[in-house]
Each structure stands twice: as structure tokens, then as C-alpha cells.
Write a protein that binds this ligand. Structure first.
Ligand code: CAA
Length: 257
């Protein structure tokens, strides 16, 4: 891995992926995104990992897709390169994925954070879609995810002016789970990850799928999907263990089966 570092046991049952292209403010070139997708695939296959944290540096989570790499491309180049196929792989990660964001989360950087399941932000974080300023527009889900989180008017303003919002405003709109002082954002993400890692991985996977379904379908279909997944948890040993532990007044020991 050239542009990321992967620590499978950063904390018990919690892995860390760190974007590591500091000179370019973690600009997301094709190779970096392929590395992230490959790392996620490996961590998903690793039974010792239950939750994954994705972070950048204090100065930049990521300043967007790599403008220098894209600048000269034609529309057909873009179509053929199909750069968003790696994004689709990331979106389909079945383990809980938490973005720990500090500094710039712009363009593809904002979109990558929003692709994660939750965002813990430092108070210096700024979220924006500045693509309009370089003659293009968001291409990795920004127009869809921002609009769902912020509503049409605020998302439209961000996408059409390129003006970013602060971590606190992002939190107010529910784009971000919590904002903490800059020295604490990674630890806070680990704390959140650790609390999820204690849960049944089977239930966490099915619950994540079900919450995501809320964004992809209408209510009837979403409720149906949720119910099927709820029933499915009763096929797991973890559900038997979790309910027995409750009745016996002891902590549950979830095995992921
Ligand atoms: N792509 C490539 N290189 C980038 C980059 C990007 N998105 N963002 C920053 N860099 C590079 C700069 O070119 C610079 O490199 P050099 O030292 O070799 O010149 C280095 O990172 C440091 O950047 P700055 O000197 O510009 O740092 P700054 O503190 O003055 O400004 C910034 C920081 C406001 C983030 C500014 O770098 C910036 O505006 N970056 C571009 C943000 C942007 O437009 N992102 C959207 C990209 S398009 C996209 O993401 C499409 C999509 O939907 C997938």
C-alpha cells in the first residue's frame, strides 16, 4: 500500500485505515481509492475485525478527487476508467465504517466521509463540495447524500457556491454524529467503534443494511426489508446468547455466528 496505512488491530476488534498522501492533502487518486477498497475487502474477511475507522490527517481528511490526475481527461476517458467502481465497493462494506474527519473534507473527501456509516469530526473539520469552482460538479454521491442530510436549499447552496460548512453546522444538520476538540477526534471515533464492536456482528451487519435501505427505497419496502433482517437475527447464536445474557443478568459474549 503506497497511499494508505492499515492497522487491523488499532484497538481490540477495531481496524484503522489512514489516508496517507499528506503533501497532496490526501487527494484521492485512482490508486489510493483502489487501496482503500482492497483494504476494506481484506478487513471484512478478517473475523478479528468488527468495526473499521477511516481517517486522514489533522489538516485534511481529503481535499477531493485528484484534480491533477483528472484535469486532461475526456468524458470518454472518465467513462472508461470507471473510477467510481471502487466507490461502489466501499459503499457495500458490510462492517460498520466510521469516518474520523479533521480539516478539509472537500469534494470527493466530503463524499467519502458521507459514504461511511457515521462521522466523528474535529472542530476544525469543514465539509464542502467545491467542484463548481473548477467547472464541474460532485460525482461521488455529493448531490444525493448532502441533499438527504441537509435538505434541498442548503445542499443546493453548497453545491452551487462551493462554500463549505463547519463541523458544527454539519452536526446541526445531522451530517456528523459529533464534534470534538481537534486532539480528540480519532480517540472519539475509536470510542464509538469500541461500543459497536461489543455488539453481535451478525446483528450489526443486518441492522446496517436495514438503515441503509431507508435511503434506497420507499417505506413499505424498507419496513419489509427490516422485518426480514430482524427475523434473520433469530438464526444466529448471538441472538440466543444476547437474550440469555439479559435474562441471566450477565454481559453477553458475542461470537459473530
Ligand atoms: N487534487 C490534487 N491536488 C490537490 C488537491 C486535489 N483535490 N487539493 C490539494 N492539492 C494539492 C495542491 O495542489 C498542493 O500541491 P503543490 O504543493 O504541489 O502545489 C497541495 O495539495 C497543498 O494544497 P494548497 O497549497 O492548495 O493548500 P492550501 O492550504 O492553500 O489550500 C485547499 C487547501 C483549500 C484544500 C486547496 O488545496 C483546494 O482548494 N483544493 C482543491 C479542493 C477541490 O476542489 N476539491 C474537489 C476536487 S474534484 C472532486 O472531488 C470530484 C468528485 O466529486 C469526485
Amino acid at each position: 500500500m503506497e497511499f494508505i496505512t492499515v492497522t487491523p488491530a488499532a484497538r481490540p476488534q477495531v481496524a484503522l485505515i489512514q489516508l496517507n498522501r499528506p503533501k497532496e492533502l490526501n487527494a484521492l487518486n485512482l490508486q489510493l481509492m483502489q487501496e482503500v477498497a482492497a483494504a476494506l475487502k481484506e478487513l471484512c474477511a478478517d473475523d478479528t475485525v468488527r468495526v473499521i475507522v477511516l481517517t486522514g490527517s489533522e489538516r485534511a481528511f481529503a481535499a477531493g478527487a485528484d484534480i491533477k490526475q483528472m484535469a486532461g481527461r475526456t468524458a470518454i476517458d472518465m467513462l472508461t476508467i470507471d473510477q467510481f467502481s471502487t466507490w461502489d465497493q466501499i459503499r457495500k462494506t458490510h462492517k460498520p465504517l466510521i469516518a474520523a474527519v479533521s480539516g478539509f473534507a472537500l469534494g470527493g473527501g466530503c463524499e467519502l466521509a458521507m459514504t461511511c456509516d457515521m462521522i466523528v469530526a474535529s472542530e476544525t473539520a469543514q465539509f464542502g463540495q467545491p467542484e463548481i469552482r473548477i467547472g464541474t460538479m460532485p460525482g461521488a454521491g455529493g448531490t444525493q447524500r448532502l441533499t438527504r442530510a441537509l435538505g434541498k436549499a442548503r445542499a443546493m447552496e453548497m453545491v452551487l457556491t462551493g462554500q463549505p460548512i463547519s463541523a458544527l453546522e454539519a452536526e446541526r444538520h445531522g451530517l456528523v454524529n459529533r464534534v470534538v476538540p481537534v486532539g480528540q477526534y480519532l480517540e472519539e471515533a475509536f470510542r464509538l467503534a469500541a461500543s459497536i464492536a461489543q455488539m453481535s456482528p451478525v446483528a450489526a451487519r443486518l441492522a446496517k443494511e436495514s438503515v441503509n435501505r431507508a435511503f434506497e427505497t420507499h417505506l413499505d419496502e424498507g419496513l419489509h426489508f427490516e422485518r426480514k433482517n430482524f427475523y434473520m437475527t433469530f438464526a444466529s447464536e448471538d441472538q440466543k446468547e444476547g437474550m440469555a445474557a439479559f435474562v441471566e443478568k450477565r454481559p453477553a459474549d458475542f461470537k459473530g455466528r
